[in-house]
Design a protein around this ligand. Structure first.
Ligand code: DX5
Ligand code: ZN
Length: 227
């Protein structure tokens, strides 16, 4: 992975057909996805359950772009090697998931992956200040994590601006996760984001059998973002 700050759309397979992930991933990449965002939930850190490392390993061969694994689990550390072995390019852990985010980020890089830190809506930008030399991505949650299709929380925009200033010219992506659609994309791009996760806004209206709406949805977000 080479670093650049051009806009990247990362569809979340949380909104895909769970019975057909391989075909959904091939379809969404053919329709213009830049990364594939994989939401791992444990029913403990967040009030929902999705899938684990075995599922990630199974879908990996279908991903030609970047496998962006968002861990909404606690604890994180016992599972890092399993997600790295499953083929994750990026592993993102939540700052709120335990007392030792610094150690967790070290372990993610130690396992050969890019390291991301995610911040819930109630967690301030300054949390990442001591971590800037050990992260490749900050994921700003613009909904409370756990479910797709929730409403974008506008107060998070100030946090994106603060992060952009903190990051300066370091090679750290700012990823936005939750409620991204053509109406909110320009706001987060203006505030300094470069990776947009989108679940419902990308997958709505399409299917493996009729994937053209996926492409139209991705292009609508890009056009709204002005890039
Ligand atoms: C929420 C997940 C998101 C979610 C985004 O906990 O981390 O990735 O799937 O879904 P939308 O785009 O529908 O808000
Ligand atoms: Zn996510």
């Amino acid at each position: 992975m080479t670093f650049d700050r051009t806009l990247k759309i990362a569809p979340s397979i949380l909104s895909a057909d769970f019975a057909d992930f391989g075909a959904e991933i091939r379809a969404i990449e053919a329709q213009g996805a830049d990364w594939i965002h994989v939401d791992v939930m444990d029913g403990h850190f967040v009030p929902n359950l999705t899938f684990g490392p075995a599922m990630c390993a199974a879908i990996r061969p279908h991903i030609k772009t970047v496998m962006d694994v968002h861990l909404m689990i606690a604890p994180v550390d016992p599972y890092i090697d399993a997600f790295a072995s499953a083929g994750a390019d990026i592993i993102t852990a939540h700052a709120e998931a335990g007392p030792h985010i610094h150690r967790t980020l070290q372990a993610i890089r130690g396992a050969g992956c890019k390291a991301g830190v995610a911040l819930n809506p109630g967690t301030p930008a300054e949390t990442v200040a001591p971590l800037l030399d050990m992260i490749d991505l900050v994921c700003v949650m613009t909904v409370n994590p756990g479910f797709g299709g929730q409403k974008f929380i506008h107060t998070c925009l100030d946090k994106v601006r603060a992060l952009r200033a903190l990051i300066g010219d370091r090679e750290i992506h700012i990823e936005i996760d939750g409620g991204v659609d053509p109406s909110t994309a320009p706001l987060v791009i203006d505030a300094g984001a470069d990776v947009l996760v989108a679940g419902s806004a990308v997958f709505r209206g399409g299917s493996v059998a009729d994937p053209a709406p996926y492409g139209a949805n991705i292009r609508a977000i890009r056009a709204a973002a002005g890039t």
